[in-house]
Design a protein around this ligand. Structure first.
Ligand code: ZN
Length: 141
């Protein structure tokens, strides 16, 4: 493992062990409830949009480190973005994970850390689970 791979693994582990914006959600707060049966991952999302801006994202869930770290990263990166910006970022992220978009200058460390998962097609679903849930919630906005 080279230094960059080690750094990326540390970023994922940090988000897994210290998830941002993770909290227990009441059933009535849950707007997306995503499951990845292949791996046993579950993600629930509660999203507050006001003035066309994603004000707050909270998640709850369980599953592998990739799925939970990616959810934590997603909440940090999309909070404060306009709905249009958030939708565009989700599309870029999913395209990157599916190998339809390459790494681009300016991609942040979190994206780069998750991009390593592309080598393992079954894990791509783990990484995109929370982003797809977010996409569904924003779809009719
Ligand atoms: Zn998983």
């Amino acid at each position: 493992m080279d230094d960059m791979e080690q750094l990326y693994q540390e970023i994922i582990l940090d988000h897994y062990k210290h998830p941002r914006n993770k909290t227990a959600l009441r059933a009535e707060e849950v707007q997306a409830d995503e499951e990845n049966p292949m791996c046993g991952d579950q993600i629930q999302l509660a999203i507050e949009v006001d003035d066309d801006v994603v004000q707050r994202i909270r998640f709850d869930g369980k599953g592998c480190a990739i799925s939970q770290a990616s959810a934590s990263i997603m909440t940090e990166q999309l909070q404060g973005k306009s709905v249009a910006e958030a939708k565009a970022l989700i599309e870029q992220f999913v395209a990157m994970m599916r190998g339809e978009r390459g790494i681009e200058p300016g991609d942040n460390e979190e994206w780069l850390s998750l991009s390593g998962v592309r080598k393992f097609p079954l894990r791509v679903k783990c990484a995109t689970l929370s982003w797809r849930g977010m996409q569904k919630v924003l779809a009719d906005r």
